[in-house]
Design a binder for this molecule. Sequence first.
Ligand SMILES: [Zn+2]
Length: 217
Amino acid sequence: MESSAPSCWSCGASQDGGMTCAQCNALQPPRSDLNPFETLGFPVSVQLDEAELSAAHLRLTRSLHPDFFGNADPIEQAHSLAWSSRVNDAHRVLKNVMSRAGQVLAVHGRSIDTTEGGWRPSQAMLMEVFEINEGLEEIQRGSAGSTSQSVDEWDSTVQGWKDELMAGMVSHGESWETADSVEQQALLDALQEALARHAYVDNLRGRIERVKQTLAH
Ligand SMILES: [Zn+2]
């Protein structure tokens, strides 16, 4: 950044990375390394006020509306379109707590890949998933006892895991605020684990839903 401080495309004044030039007020292009939190003006955290997030999104969307740039320089029109798509993308990934958690990891250079090759589930989690999959297969084969009740039981077990994960996100956000850099690394580890677990839990919920539909027919 210090080697080539960007300058305003319109007046040439050097820029500090803000949305508009402090000198002439012209809209600047979004920085390529701008993360979604910066784009909407929030600190990098799992915990943020979702109503404030929506308000910031709305405010920015309005200020970038094409109507305001109808008579603008084509360069500025192009910047406004680039900003609009950044702002919409940022809102999309931050409005949901789980994808927001993924963005926190990404900002800290952590992998958010929960598929093969990335994070590995614990033995305990694999056992739980295995047990539920077995149970669901039994139900589908009709070899389990009172079938519909059992699938509802699995459903509430998995829903309980989901609730735990959501509660964990809140306490993660709270701990983060007072954590030192070593504690933050441990919290990022925990966040990676929680996201991976969430992916497993969502898969299971989808599977349970499909079994329920089969049983309803
Ligand atoms: Zn300027």
